[in-house]
Design a protein around this ligand. Structure first.
Ligand code: FAD
Length: 378
C-alpha cells in the first residue's frame, strides 16, 4: 500500500507559511527532494501557536471511523504504513508504536457500545481491508492492560492502531530541517497575499499550511475554515501503566487516555464549536479528570503537568482539502482532529502534484484536491 513518489531533478524554491505539523512534514520532504525550502511560522520552535503541540497524536483510523468518513479512514490506513518509513529518515528518534486501541465502557453505557459497534460494522463493509475489531472480556482486558484488570468486563480491541509522540516529532522535524539546510523563521506571521507578492518577485512555490491562521483565505460558499476547540490534560501518573491508547465510551463524557513514554498521559476528548483559544474551562477539566479517575484510581495521585486548549483547523465538511489558489500556490488545510493520522497521505499527494502535476494518490484515497484546471471546469 506504500507509494513512493519519485524524487525529481532541479528544484524550485518553496516558501511554506506555517511550520506546524503539515508545514514541517512537507518542508522536510521537499528539502530532501532538493528544493530550497523556507518556512515562516507565527509561533516558536516548540509548536506554540498550532494544534500539533497539544494533540494526543493517536493514529487510530478504526476508532475514528465512528466520527469521520471512509476516505479519512483510508488516508489513516495509508499513513500507518508511511509513518515508520518517514520516522526512520529523521535526525532524532520519535516514539511510535502500533499496539492497537482499547475501547471500554461501563455496564450502564452498553447502548453507546452497541451504537459504536454498529458504526464500525458499516465502515468495515465500506473498507473490507480494515483490521477487524475484537470483542474482549474481563480476562482479555486484564491480559492487554493489567492495570485495568477487574475494572472492566467488556470492551473492543482495535488492532494495528498507532500513536506517536507529537512533541518529539516536532523537534525531530526541526532538527532534520536544519540538517537539510532549510531556512526557518519563527515569530514571523505572513498573509497569503504577502507570500504571493514574494512569489511574483522570486518565483517558486507557495504552500499555505497555516492551519487556523489561514481563516481569512478559505471563504467558500459552503462555509469557511473554523476552529473546533479541544481541551487536554497532561498528567504524570507514576502509579499507572497503560500500553496503548484507551477510549471510554460515554453518552456525554467520552474520553481518550493516550499514554506517552515515562508515565505521561494525555487525556482529552472535548469538541466545542468555537475559535476560542482561552484556557481550559473548569467544567471540561472536571469532566476529563473525573472520567480518568473512574478508569484508574491511580490518576488521583497524578500530577497535572499542563492544561491545554487549542482549536482544530476544520473545513465545512470536516474533511481535509488541498486547493490550488493560483499557479504554484497550494493551500493545505482542514486536518481537523486527524492531522497526525493522515498527514503522510496528504503530504505524499501534495508532492505528487508538485513533481508530476497529477493527483493519482489523492484520487485513490478520496482526498479533495482542487486544481485550477478542475475548478475551471466545475
Ligand atoms: C486537543 C487536540 C487533540 C488532537 N489529537 C489528535 C490526535 O490524537 N490525532 C490526530 O491525528 N490529530 C489530533 N489533533 C489534530 C492535529 O493536531 C491537527 O489536525 C494538526 O495539528 C493540523 O496540522 P496543521 O499543520 O494544518 O496545523 P497546525 O499544527 O495548527 O500548524 C499551523 C501552524 O501555522 C502557524 N501560523 C498560523 N498563522 C500563521 C501566519 N499568519 N504566518 C505564519 N505561520 C502561521 C502556527 O503558528 C502553527 O505553527 C488534535 C488537535 C487538538 C487541538
Amino acid at each position: 500500500m506504500t507509494s513512493h513518489i519519485s524524487s525529481p531533478t532541479p528544484q524550485e524554491p518553496v516558501l511554506i507559511l506555517g511550520a506546524g505539523l503539515m508545514g514541517r512534514l512537507l518542508g522536510v520532504a521537499l528539502a530532501r527532494a532538493g528544493h530550497a525550502v523556507r518556512l515562516l511560522d507565527a509561533g516558536t520552535p516548540d509548536g506554540s501557536g498550532g494544534a500539533a503541540r497539544v494533540a494526543a497524536a493517536m493514529l487510530a483510523p478504526l476508532a475514528e471511523s465512528a466520527v469521520t468518513e471512509p476516505n479519512v479512514v483510508a488516508m489513516g490506513q495509508y499513513a500507518l504504513v508511511r509513518w515508520p518509513e518517514l520516522l526512520r529518515t529523521l535526525a532524532a528518534p520519535v516514539f511510535f508504536q502500533q499496539a492497537g486501541t482499547l475501547v471500554l465502557w461501563h455496564r450502564q453505557d452498553a447502548p453507546e457500545a452497541h451504537r459504536f459497534r454498529a458504526i464500525l460494522g458499516g465502515v468495515q463493509q465500506a473498507l473490507p481491508s480494515l483490521p477487524h475489531p475484537q470483542a474482549v472480556d474481563a480476562a482479555a482486558i486484564a491480559e492487554l492492560e493489567p492495570a485495568l484488570a477487574q475494572r472492566f468486563h467488556q470492551g473492543l480491541y482495535l488492532p494495528e492502531e498507532g500513536q506517536l509522540d507529537n512533541r518529539e516529532l516536532l523537534q525531530a522535524l526541526n532538527q532534520t530541517l536544519a540538517e537539510l539546510g532549510a531556512e526557518v523563521q519563527w515569530q514571523t506571521a505572513w498573509t497569503l497575499e504577502q507570500a504571493q507578492e514574494h512569489q511574483r518577485r522570486q518565483g517558486g512555490w507557495v504552500l499555505d499550511c497555516r492551519g487556523l491562521g489561514a481563516q481569512g483565505n478559505w471563504n467558500m460558499p459552503a462555509g469557511g475554515l473554523r476552529g473546533v476547540r479541544g481541551e487536554v490534560v497532561r498528567l504524570h501518573a507514576p502509579d499507572v501503566t497503560l500500553q496503548r491508547p484507551t477510549r471510554m465510551l460515554h453518552p456525554r463524557y467520552p474520553i481518550y487516555i493516550a499514554p506517552k513514554p515515562g508515565h505521561i498521559f494525555v487525556i482529552g476528548a472535548t469538541e466545542i464549536e468555537t475559535n476560542d483559544l482561552t484556557p481550559a474551562s473548569v467544567r471540561s477539566t472536571l469532566e476529563l479528570l473525573s472520567a480518568a479517575y473512574a478508569v484508574h484510581p491511580g490518576f488521583g495521585e497524578a500530577r497535572i503537568l499542563e492544561l491545554n486548549s487549542q482549536c482544530r483547523p476544520t473545513l465545512a465538511d470536516n474533511l481535509p482539502a488541498v486547493r490550488e489558489a493560483a499557479p504554484r500556490v497550494l493551500q493545505i488545510n482542514g486536518l481537523y482532529r486527524h492531522g497526525f493520522m493522515i498527514s503522510p497521505a496528504v503530504a505524499d499527494a501534495v508532492l505528487e502534484h508538485m513533481h508530476s502535476g497529477t493527483q493519482t494518490l489523492a484520487q485513490r484515497l478520496g482526498l479533495r484536491f482542487d486544481t485550477l484546471a478542475t475548478t475551471a471546469t466545475a
